[in-house]
Design a binder for this molecule. Structure first.
Ligand code: AMP
Ligand code: GLY
Length: 432
């Protein structure tokens, strides 16, 4: 099988790597890819306008692929999967109509209500008066979200009513602006990636993502600074519960509406004292949380995604998952997330990869004028390591991070630390 992967980040680097580990996959073409992907044996990178459906169809045709896997949300929302299916290609990724589960928080809330999926109480507001009423009704801490694609950066969580209102005003000022004011969810956050063909749903191993830029969860939200899996502190049946209570009812509701969802439903949830509550849906693998979840999957990845894309996921059976622990640490450019400075020279990757169990995924890198590797984005690299225990995996990942050099770069030093120390508690569910 020849597979086309759309995207250019560490997520797509991990997807290409996992696909190439499947004996059924003979070649992976990544468009546009990145310098790290270009070095994978069996992978080729080609140029594309990823959000132009016609251009993606052209690339798929030129490379005679059997499966297209769309990594990021923007091409999905732009209708890339629809254009490919019309040809027809087997596509792992939802239609534009189904991708609204990520593209519009208000739509996601509506589907969750119809499917009786547990989520935070929310008010969709289009005026400042409505926002003020919602803030007062729900109380502090305040959660205000932009209703649209914001790559995890459109959310403000604060005790400061004035700051909440200011964020809401800024969102409403945009054309067609709407905001969602939500009840605050207390409790640890988890990511569960649910692969589906539109009817059958299977969950990959749960992961935890670290969204804030600084150690101890301080500073602004980012696209994600690190992740680990498994979550030894979480209920053992968490993935099954997420399928039964969240993903399956959502997928059934989408099919009932005539907009079946094919691809990965990324369920971001909080384990609260009142049970699990969905924080958000995304229509793609997480980044970097997807990397650690996929790292532990032993079911051949190409076969899994192809089965989902062609409506025969039922035939794959239960997923095989490695008991090992995986940790990813993002190395970010100086100034990220506010104003990342790019163009810095990166070195030390080979020696970092010599640490047993460690490897490096490229996120925002480019080849500079003299052939050197340079930073080209806010999140520059993901260093990933696996180990028999979380402690071993963390030790390896931080050893490898220490060998990478990029002037002024920063990373979190506490990815998976609270879990390693046994400091994460899930509140007993009231009434259970
Ligand atoms: P989102 O873009 O919806 O994923 O939100 C980004 C981050 O904001 C989440 O990962 C949470 O850390 C935080 N967040 C979002 N909604 C809530 C909520 N209702 N209660 C508490 N934290 C939230
Ligand atoms: N790591 C969070 C996301 O991919 O949205």
């Amino acid at each position: 099988m020849r597979v086309l992967v759309i995207g250019s980040g560490a997520r797509e680097h991990a997807l290409a790597r996992a696909l190439l580990a499947d004996d059924a996959v003979v070649a992976v073409v990544v468009a546009p890819g990145n310098p790290g992907i270009a070095e994978l044996p069996g992978a080729t990178c080609v140029a594309v306008h990823a959000t132009d459906p016609a251009d993606v169809v052209r690339v798929a045709g030129e490379h005679g692929v059997d499966l297209v896997v769309v990594g990021p949300e923007a091409p999905l929302v732009a209708g890339v999967a629809d254009a490919l299916r019309a040809v027809p290609y087997a596509v792992f990724g939802p239609s534009a109509a189904a991708a609204r589960l990520e593209g519009s928080k208000a739509f996601a809330k509506e589907v969750m209500a119809a499917a009786e999926v547990p989520t935070a109480l929310a008010h969709v507001c289009t005026t400042v008066d409505e926002v003020e009423a919602a803030l007062d009704a729900l109380g502090a801490p305040h959660v205000v979200k932009e209703d649209g694609l914001a790559a995890g950066k459109g959310v403000v969580v604060t005790d400061d009513r004035a700051a909440a209102l200011e964020h809401a005003r800024a969102c409403l000022a945009k054309e067609g602006g709407a905001v969602v004011v939500e009840e605050f969810l207390d409790g640890p956050e988890v990511s569960v990636f649910c692969v589906t063909d539109g009817a059958t749903v299977v969950a990959l191993p749960p992961a935890q993502d670290f969204k804030r830029v600084g150690d101890g969860d301080v500073g602004p939200n980012t696209g994600g600074m690190g992740a680990y899996s498994p979550l030894d502190w979480a209920p053992a049946d968490l993935a099954d519960e997420v399928v039964t209570r969240v993903a399956q009812p959502t997928i059934d509701e989408m099919r009932r509406r005539g907009t079946p969802f094919v691809g990965v439903l990324y369920v971001g949830l909080a384990l609260t004292s009142r049970g699990l509550r969905v924080i958000e849906f995304n229509c793609r693998f997480g980044d970097p949380d997807g990397q650690v979840s996929v790292a532990r999957l032993r079911t051949p990845f190409g076969g899994l995604l192809h089965a989902a894309a062609t409506g025969v996921l039922e035939r794959v059976g239960p997923l095989r998952v490695s008991p090992e622990h995986a940790v990813a640490v993002v190395v970010a450019a100086p100034g990220y997330p506010a104003s990342p400075r790019v163009g810095g020279v990166i070195s030390g990757l080979e020696v970092a990869e010599s640490v047993p169990g460690a490897y490096v995924l490229h996120a925002g890198t480019a080849v500079g004028p003299d052939g050197e590797l340079i930073s080209a984005g806010g999140r520059v690299l993901d260093v990933v390591a696996t180990g028999a225990t979380l402690r071993e995996a963390r030790h390896a990942v931080y050893q490898a991070v220490g060998l990478v050099s990029l002037e002024g770069s920063h990373h979190r030093t506490d990815i998976g630390l609270a879990a390693e120390r046994g400091d994460i508690r899930v509140a007993a569910v009231e009434g259970a």
